[in-house]
Write a protein that binds this ligand. Structure first.
Ligand SMILES: NC(=O)c1ccc[n+]([C@@H]2O[C@H](COP(=O)([O-])OP(=O)(O)OC[C@H]3O[C@@H](n4cnc5c(N)ncnc54)[C@H](OP(=O)(O)O)[C@@H]3O)[C@@H](O)[C@H]2O)c1
Length: 257
């Protein structure tokens, strides 16, 4: 399958969350067929009426195999809160477990992380989202990584999308715009292989998505970092677990380091 054509079936991870629910709705608006990975089916039936549900937990790799089967794309908006160990197990470990469950399939991936993904100077920030991005890039799967700013921390007239790279921008954006950007990224070839921060500024939302994505630089192929990311979080200092996961992903996908 070409990376941007024939995307119909999408596994939505984090579908019951504040962004995930809007991403499911955005997928439906675009005529796509979302399948939601959920931990608690009865709760999800209330939150996502009429949506196809598949039971699974990001911490349980065996539960993910049937969830990913046959999908054309993954939209990852899961999140675990502020506990550093939960971030390791869910925010990062969930991406690792999904990549390891794909069994040779090569779906398009839209991954939501955070505007602070590379900001080691922010107190309390943890590197697990950046590490999850690195795993995805190492897989060589066709991806877009969206690093949104503060959710709904933008006024009603701040709808102009600002896509930046380099990890220095700060600001807020409406949740619905984050969700729509994730889905739009799946449908645009100009979003392929790109990583960007996303905020909103005063003004109207643009309509030319190919141009919006097209103005961004592509991540360097062969690098596990975003194209303008700071050169910290050096491999020499990374935990063995993280290096082993990168090697496992590379050998599963036949990519080199
Ligand atoms: N708040 C901000 O301004 C901001 C800005 C940028 C980035 N972020 C990032 O955005 C994320 C939060 O997004 P959100 O508000 O949509 O989150 P949310 O409402 O808390 O939803 C989190 C989603 O992840 C799912 N999840 C958690 N653990 C899981 C597991 N083990 N297996 C499967 N699914 C699991 C949850 O499922 P259940 O329903 O089963 O719990 C839920 O669907 C955080 O990671 C945060 O760092 C936040």
């Amino acid at each position: 399958m070409s990376p941007t054509q024939n995307i119909t079936d999408i596994l939505m991870v984090g579908a019951t969350g504040s962004i995930g629910r809007l991403a499911v709705a955005a997928a439906q608006r675009h005529g796509l067929h979302p399948r939601a990975l959920v931990r608690d089916v009865r709760r999800a039936e209330r939150l996502l009426p009429g949506v196809e549900l598949v039971q699974g937990d990001l911490e349980d790799p065996a539960s993910l195999r049937s969830a990913v089967r046959g999908v054309d794309a993954l939209v990852l908006t899961h999140g675990s809160g502020s506990n550093p160990d939960a971030r390791r197990r869910v925010d990062y470990g969930g991406v690792r477990n999904l990549l390891q469950s794909l069994d040779g399939a090569r779906p398009r991936v839209a991954l939501m992380t955070s505007i602070y993904a590379t900001r080691s100077d922010i107190p309390g920030n943890s590197p697990w989202k950046r590490r999850s991005e690195r795993l995805l890039r190492a897989s060589g799967l066709p991806y877009t990584i969206v690093r949104p700013g503060w959710f709904d921390n933008a006024g009603p007239t701040q709808r102009r999308l600002v896509l930046e790279q380099g990890g220095t921008v700060d600001g807020g954006i409406a949740r619905d715009q984050i969700a729509d950007t994730l889905i739009r990224s799946l449908l645009s070839s100009t979003a392929l292989g790109k990583t960007f921060e996303l905020i909103a500024a005063e003004g109207e939302e643009q309509s030319d998505w190919a141009e919006l994505f097209g103005a961004l630089k592509v991540d360097d192929s062969g690098s596990v970092d975003g194209v303008l990311d700071p050169a910290d979080l050096a491999f020499e200092a990374e935990p063995q677990e993280v290096l082993a996961d990168l090697n496992t992903v590379r050998s599963l996908y036949g990519t080199s380091g």
